[in-house]
Design a protein around this ligand. Structure first.
Ligand code: NAP
Length: 461
C-alpha cells in the first residue's frame, strides 16, 4: 500500500515541473513550427510579432503580442527572423537586457557574411546572452515529427548558464543538444545546413571517373577489337558482360583506396618519427572520406553479385553451353572433367562469397546505429582487421579468376592487359606495404610513435 502511494506521488504533476514561458520573435514558418512543438512539450508560448492580430496559423494556446511586451514575459527569446531584419531589435535593447537570445538563423551561401549571424546579433545587443541553436532542424521536420535524421541540435554560446538553459530546452523537446563551445563555433554551425554531401563528393567523382575509364577500356578490348580483327558484332556485351566486369573492378580498386591513406599515414609517421606533425591536407581529406569510399565500393560489389546471379539465364550463355554439348555429340566425344579447372572455379567462387559476406559486415558496422553500439576497440577491430581480411579475400578472388591468363599472350589485346589485372595493382600494392609495416622492426617503432614517442622531441627540456 505504502509502495503504491509513493508511486502515485512520483507520477503526480507538481508545480516544480511547471515549464517557463518561451518567447518567439517572428510568426513565420519556423517560429510557428517551433511554437507548436514547445506547446506540445508543455511550455507556454508567447509570440513577438509586428502584427498582434492572431490567425488560424498560430498554434492554439499561444499568445501574439508586440515584441517588447512578449520579451517581458520570458527569459528565453527565440529569434525566428532572417538576419537581414535584425536591425529592428536595436530599439528593443533595454527590454532584451540580460535575456537569453537564441539565434536559429541560416544563410543562403557558405560564409555569406564576415561574422556569423549569432555574433552579429551579439554585437547588436551586447547586454543580451546570445546562444546559437536549432538552425539544423527544419520547420517541416518539427511539424511532421520526422526528426530522426535531425535529432541532434548543435548549441554554442559564450554564457555557460544561458547555454545550459537552451540545452535543457532542447532536451525537453526530445532532441539531443551537442555543445559546440563558444559563439565562435556559430560560423561553422551555420555552414552545416548549406553543405551538400561534403564527404561523398570525392568518392562519387572518383568512382564516376573510374567507371568511365574502365567502361571505355572494356569497350575497346571486348567489342571494338573483335569487330576490327574478326568482324564480330559483340555489342550485346554492353548490357551485362561489361558492367559485370566494371563493377567488381571498381569495387576492388575503391576498397584498396580505402586502405591507401592509412598505409601512407603510417609511412609518413615512421619517416618523421612523430605523430605530432599534421598530415598534408589531401591526406587528411582522403582519411575522412574512407567510409564513403568503402560504401561506394560495397554498392559496386552488390551490383556485381546481382549481375553474376543472372548469368545462367542469359541467352548467350545458354547458346554457348548447348553448342558445346552439340559439338561433343556430333564428334562423339566427351570432354573429361578438368579437376584443376573445377578447383580454380570453386575456389574463385568461394573466395568471392566470403569476401562479399565480410564486405557487407563492414558496411553494416559503419552504420551510425551499429557503430554507436560498439566500443572503439571493437570498431577498430572490424574496420581494420576484418577490413584487411576482406581486401585479401577479394584480391585472392580476382587473382584466382584471372591467374592462369596472366602469361597467355592472347589476353593482351593491343598490348593492353585485361581489366582485372589493372584492378589488382592498388590492392596488391596496399597488401604488400601493409605486410612490410607489420614486420616487428617497423611495427614496434610505429606503435611507439602512435603512443606519443618522438624520435627528435620538439619540446625537449
Ligand atoms: P519566414 O517564414 O519568412 O518568417 C520570418 C518571420 O520574420 C516573418 O514571419 C515575420 O514575422 C518576421 N519578419 C519578417 N520581416 C521582418 C522585419 N522586417 N522585421 C521584423 N520581423 C520581420 O522565415 P522562416 O522560414 O520562419 O525562417 C526564419 C528564420 O529561421 C531564418 O533565419 C531561417 O534561416 C531560420 N530557419 C528556418 C528553417 C526552416 O525550416 N524554415 C530551419 C532552420 C532555421 P512577423 O510577421 O510575426 O513579424
Amino acid at each position: 500500500m505504502t509502495k503504491n502511494s509513493s508511486n502515485t506521488m512520483a507520477l503526480a504533476p507538481s508545480t516544480a515541473n511547471k515549464r517557463e514561458t518561451i518567447c518567439i520573435f517572428g510568426t513565420g514558418d519556423f517560429g510557428r513550427a517551433l511554437g507548436q512543438k514547445l506547446i506540445q512539450s508543455g511550455y507556454p508560448v508567447v509570440f513577438g510579432s509586428r502584427s498582434t492580430k492572431t490567425s488560424s496559423l498560430i498554434p492554439r494556446g499561444a499568445e501574439v503580442l508586440s515584441h517588447a511586451e512578449a520579451a517581458q514575459r520570458a527569459a528565453i527569446i527565440i529569434v525566428a527572423i532572417q538576419r537581414q531584419h535584425y536591425s529592428f531589435l536595436t530599439p528593443l535593447a533595454e527590454a532584451l537586457q540580460g535575456k537569453v537570445l537564441v539565434d536559429i538563423s541560416n544563410n543562403l551561401k557558405l560564409d555569406q557574411y564576415p561574422e556569423s549571424n549569432a555574433q552579429h546579433l551579439a554585437q547588436l545587443l551586447p547586454a543580451a546572452k546570445v546562444v546559437k541553436a536549432f538552425n539544423t532542424v527544419s520547420a517541416w521536420a518539427l511539424q511532421s515529427g520526422t526528426l530522426d535524421a535531425s535529432r541532434q541540435v548543435f548549441v554554442c554560446g559564450d554564457d555557460m548558464e544561458a547555454k545550459q538553459m537552451v540545452m535543457d530546452l532542447v532536451r525537453a523537446l526530445g532532441l539531443t543538444p551537442l555543445d559546440q563551445g563558444s559563439l565562435l563555433a556559430a560560423r561553422e554551425i551555420e555552414n552545416y545546413p548549406l553543405q551538400l554531401f561534403p564527404m561523398w563528393r570525392f568518392p562519387i567523382f572518383l568512382s564516376l571517373g573510374l567507371t568511365i575509364f574502365f567502361f571505355l577500356y572494356c569497350l575497346a578490348l571486348d567489342i571494338i577489337y573483335p569487330y576490327v580483327y574478326q568482324k564480330k558484332d559483340l555489342s550485346f556485351l554492353i548490357a551485362i558482360s561489361i558492367p559485370n566486369k566494371v563493377c567488381p573492378v571498381l569495387a576492388l580498386v575503391l576498397l584498396g583506396l580505402v586502405y591507401v591513406p592509412g598505409v601512407l599515414a603510417a609511412i609518413l609517421q615512421l619517416w618523421r618519427g612523430t605523430k605530432y606533425r599534421r598530415f598534408p591536407g589531401w591526406l587528411d581529406r582522403w582519411m575522412l572520406c574512407r567510409k564513403q569510399l568503402g560504401l561506394v565500393a560495397l554498392a559496386f560489389a552488390s551490383v556485381h553479385v546481382l549481375y553474376t546471379l543472372v548469368t545462367p539465364i542469359r541467352s548467350y550463355v545458354k547458346w554457348r553451353t548447348s553448342s558445346q554439348v552439340v559439338s561433343q555429340a556430333l564428334s562423339n566425344t566427351t570432354e573429361p572433367l578438368n579437376t584443376t579447372n573445377a578447383w580454380l572455379s570453386d575456389s574463385y567462387l568461394a573466395l568471392g562469397i566470403l569476401g562479399f559476406f565480410l564486405f557487407v559486415l563492414l558496411g553494416i558496422t559503419s552504420l551510425p546505429s551499429v557503430s554507436n553500439s560498439v566500443n572503439w576497440r571493437e570498431f577498430r577491430f572490424v574496420q581494420s582487421k576484418l577490413g584487411y581480411l576482406t581486401l585479401v579475400l577479394c584480391t585472392a578472388h580476382t587473382l584466382v579468376y584471372g591467374g592462369k591468363w596472366f602469361l597467355v599472350p592472347s589476353s593482351y589485346k593491343w598490348y593492353l592487359p585485361p581489366i582485372y589485372m589493372l584492378s589488382l595493382i592498388i590492392p596488391c600494392a596496399v597488401l604488400v606495404v601493409k605486410f612490410v609495416l607489420i614486420l616487428p622492426c617497423l611495427d614496434k617503432p610505429l606503435t611507439q610513435i602512435r603512443q606519443g614517442w618522438e624520435r627528435n622531441p620538439q619540446y625537449s627540456e
